[in-house]
Design a binder for this molecule. Structure first.
Ligand code: SF4
Length: 94
């Protein structure tokens, strides 16, 4: 899953929504909470803070759709964690 062939072609219409994300310009570390060296509390706090930003984001649905389609293996996208997206995809496939 580390290759880039899974990503949409680099055309503006595939990524334009990202220009409107509330997370744009914020600390990227807040949205990538998968660091195994951090405590559970630190990970939960960062995850909840990132999800709170996503909750007010005007492109949350586009972001989640993208993360499920690609799929994005890490980080908070569209208000969901990687494990939550894995469950969503599992439920759809099931
Ligand atoms: S939904 Fe969250 S991760 Fe996606 S663009 Fe908006 S703020 Fe960023």
């Amino acid at each position: 899953m580390s290759g880039i062939t899974r990503l949409p072609r680099p055309m503006l219409e595939n990524y334009e929504w990202q220009q409107r994300g509330l997370c744009r310009g914020s600390d990227v570390e807040q949205f990538f909470t998968d660091d195994p060296d951090q405590s559970r509390k630190a990970r939960n706090d960062r995850t909840e803070a990132a999800k709170a930003v996503c909750a007010g984001c005007p492109v949350v649905q586009q972001c989640l759709d993208h993360a499920l389609r690609v799929p994005e293996p890490y980080g908070i996208w569209g208000g969901s964690t990687a494990s939550e997206r894995a469950r969503m995809l599992w439920d759809v496939a099931g």
